[in-house]
Write a protein that binds this ligand. Structure first.
Ligand SMILES: [Zn+2]
Length: 68
């Protein structure tokens, strides 16, 4: 198995990792209700997609306490 001859310098490691930073999530906004959304996703608040209604908005769930 091939083994590195020399230790990689801190500068070289840093240069490689210069591109590893995470970028903030991109949001779009629902044209119907203005809620922040991930792109290409049905609005979770009003159930619309590309300006038309494709799904019922989720009803508020009752709090179920399964644990005592
Ligand atoms: Zn919406």
């Amino acid at each position: 198995m091939a083994v590195p001859k020399r230790r990689q310098s801190n500068a070289r490691t840093g240069r490689r990792r210069a591109h590893d930073a995470l970028k903030p999530k991109q949001y779009t906004y629902c044209p119907q209700c203005g809620a922040a959304l991930m792109p290409h996703v049905v609005c979770a608040k009003c159930g619309s997609y590309m300006g038309r209604k494709v799904d019922e908005p989720p009803k508020k769930k009752k709090k179920t306490t399964s644990r005592p």
